[in-house]
Design a protein around this ligand. Structure first.
Ligand code: ZN
Length: 258
């Protein structure tokens, strides 16, 4: 009986800890002005009408969906536009291990990005253009100047041969796929993400933890100079996430830039 009570108490304690951590995630909220969408994506968006984004083709997307989030995982699985801005992305600041649940830029409303970059493999592929990445030819989206931003990063880092091992070979850019172990569309599907050399990278899933488990150990070997070069040109970095993915950079000009 004592043992049963002990198991019950430790289960309750564990759940209380997870609940407290979830509350801490909500408390981290630092809302960012959604007007940044308009300056980031002028080829597609024309204005904000109250709480609705108006597209150049007349389509309208509410900033906030009708869905009430029930958990941090739910926020990632069914994010609305405001969810993208709930946690401020700390572009061009010194690197530091993120707090529990700090994942700025990891929420992506699928229909929003699909409308710009393509909502099927063939639609995305039609918009990919070749980019020279230190002698390797990569395909990256030509939409919203994504390819030009990646070229600008390469130019910034070209004169720093000591960083070359981190940057190349790239583990890939475009691939229509779900995020490993989830039902969520990966940013690689839209041709707006690049993975660098896996040899010098760290990824939370390699640690064997479940998503949102407390205490996922943070690891990073990516130099700050690489991160800042990408951030200067509108990329977010997966190493700024509690669910760290240090090889991963993603073109998100609504969140990043110095
Ligand atoms: Zn990636």
């Amino acid at each position: 009986m004592d043992q049963l009570l002990y198991v019950l108490m430790s289960t309750i304690k564990r759940w209380l800890l997870v609940f407290a951590l979830h509350l801490a995630v909500v408390a981290q909220a630092q809302p960012v002005d959604p007007h940044r969408l308009l300056s980031a994506y002028p080829a597609f968006l024309s204005r904000l009408d109250g709480q609705t984004v108006v597209w150049n083709d007349g389509a309208r997307t509410p900033l906030s969906g009708a869905h009430l989030f029930t958990s941090p995982a739910d926020r990632l699985n069914r994010p609305d536009l405001l969810e993208m801005f709930r946690q401020a992305y700390p572009a061009c600041t010194p690197l530091h291990p993120p707090a529990y649940g700090e994942d700025p830029g990891r929420a992506r409303p699928v229909s929003f990005f699909g409308k710009m970059y393509g909502s099927s493999p063939s639609a995305v592929r039609a918009r990919l253009v070749p980019v020279n990445w230190f002698g390797q030819t990569l395909l990256f989206s030509g939409v919203n100047g994504g390819n030009l931003a990646l070229e600008a990063v390469e130019k910034d880092l070209k004169g720093l041969p000591n960083l070359r091992n981190y940057l190349t070979p790239s583990a890939g850019t475009y691939l229509w796929r779900l995020v490993s172990g989830s039902g969520r569309q990966s940013a690689h599907s839209w041709g707006i993400a690049i993975d660098l050399n896996t040899r010098y990278s760290d990824y939370w899933q390699w640690e064997g933890y479940k998503e949102f488990a407390p205490g996922i150990p943070y690891r990073n070997r990516m130099p700050q100079a690489v991160v800042w070069a990408f951030e200067r040109h509108g990329f977010v970095w997966g190493g700024r996430w509690y669910h760290h993915d240090t090889m991963h950079f993603e073109y998100r000009p609504e969140l990043s830039g110095c």
